[in-house]
Design a binder for this molecule. Structure first.
Ligand SMILES: [Zn+2]
Length: 116
């Protein structure tokens, strides 16, 4: 599947203005630092890496008839890493319980790591 690249839709720049500052160092983002992770209808998922401190956010930009809104999440994942993990299965309750049990049993943990 080709990775979506930067492109200018009429609403793209407007959405990026809402998340125009790095939440960690407060430098203003260069819109060119935003890369599109995915788009569906009027929602756009962006990865923006700060050119000053190199931290990144994943931002969901929603465009509706009443305006544009966005929500951002600070991440240490790079653009390629987000792409790699976004198609993985979600972590289930069973996964968490199994991990908890493995952490209590060192022998089982290491035998599990050996076959992974
Ligand atoms: Zn920054």
């Amino acid at each position: 599947m080709p990775v979506p690249s930067n492109h200018a839709s009429p609403f793209f720049d407007e959405g990026v203005k809402l998340i125009s500052y790095c939440p960690l160092c407060e430098s203003s983002y260069n819109p060119r630092e935003a890369r599109v992770l995915g788009e569906k209808d009027d929602s756009h998922l962006l990865h923006i890496q700060c050119g000053n401190c190199a931290n990144a956010i994943i931002a969901l930009v929603l465009i509706s008839s009443v305006g544009v809104s966005s929500v951002g999440l600070v991440t240490d994942l790079g653009f390629d890493e987000v792409n790699r993990f976004k198609s993985n299965d979600a972590i289930s309750t069973d996964d968490v319980i199994e991990t908890h049990h493995l952490l209590q049993d060192e022998a089982a943990l290491f035998s599990r790591l050996a076959i992974a």
